[in-house]
Write a protein that binds this ligand. Structure first.
Ligand code: ADP
Ligand code: MG
Length: 252
């Protein structure tokens, strides 16, 4: 089954003379368990595509389905539920809140969940452990390094254990070594069964994924399969089907 299915997605901003065609009939399939990179020049439509996948930006045309559900035909409330339950976001503009501790930042997506405070803290602790920051939950964001802040943003994105993670330039502001650690972390999360779609400028980071989609001027211009990574990951974990079992179910 194709987990994510875009058909003829069009996105125009504005109208008349000032109209910008950001996406021109994008069609693509992404399987459950894939790790996909989206590459393209600045202005090519990467962030627009990611925001449409994130149900944050209604397309001007076309359909977006996840497991057969036509996401943009859901009501606003259903879309909000879908976002909360299905998607994790690591967007460049999603900064940590400076006056909340690391663990409080990670707990934010759980705010609206009917869980005991203790359980929320436990889930956040597990997410922080997952990104190697178990000991730093009590710190403030400015008391940890840039790479660690990115890890916190990833912990926050995965605390709900969403099946799909969307990341916009997660290594954008990091040095090579820290970027590599983040890529390894994303690969590990993908190994746990999370489908990951990552926008990046860097061909190097893109090669840590299974598949690279090149977009140019709002169109899909081609794709590269990173077969070694894909096959080894597929052999190791199987091509995973959703829903992912939630290891923290016993906490609920
Ligand atoms: P990328 O992430 O690849 O740099 P974007 O998706 O941000 O590209 O932008 C694609 C095109 O759409 C660009 O021409 C950009 O200027 C335009 N654009 C993006 N967001 C908006 C917006 N909110 N209003 C008008 N134009 C926009
Ligand atoms: Mg962008």
């Amino acid at each position: 089954m194709n987990y994510i299915n875009l058909e003829n997605i069009v996105k125009n901003y504005g109208a008349g003379e000032g109209k910008v065609a950001a996406l021109r009939e994008i069609s693509l399939f992404i399987q459950a368990g894939e790790f996909v990179a989206i590459m393209g020049e600045s202005g090519s439509g990467k962030s627009t595509l990611l925001s449409i996948l994130g149900v944050l930006n209604t397309p001007s045309g076309g359909t977006y389905q996840v497991n057969g559900v036509d996401v943009y035909s859901l009501t606003g409330e259903q879309q909000a539920d879908f976002r909360r339950e299905t998607l994790g976001f690591v967007f460049q503009s999603f900064h940590l809140i400076p006056y909340l501790s690391v663990i409080e930042n990670v707990m934010l997506p759980l705010t609206t969940k009917r869980l005991k405070e203790k359980v929320k803290r436990e889930l956040a602790d597990q997410a922080l452990a997952r990104v190697g920051l178990a000991a730093k939950g009590h710190r403030l964001p400015n008391q940890i390094s840039g790479g660690e802040q990115e890890r916190v943003a990833i912990a926050r994105a995965v605390v709900n254990r969403p099946p799909i993670l969307l990341a916009d330039e997660p290594t954008g502001n990091l040095d090579t070594r820290t970027g590599l650690e983040i890529m390894q972390l994303l690969q590990d999360l993908n190994g746990d069964g999370m489908t990951i779609i990552m926008v990046t400028h860097s061909p190097e980071w893109a090669h840590y994924t299974h598949r690279i989609l090149h977009i140019s001027d709002g169109r899909l211009k081609g794709e590269e399969i990173n077969s070694v990574t894909f096959e080894s990951a597929a052999a190791k974990f199987g091509i995973l089907d959703f829903p992912v079992t939630n290891p923290s179910d016993e906490l609920y």
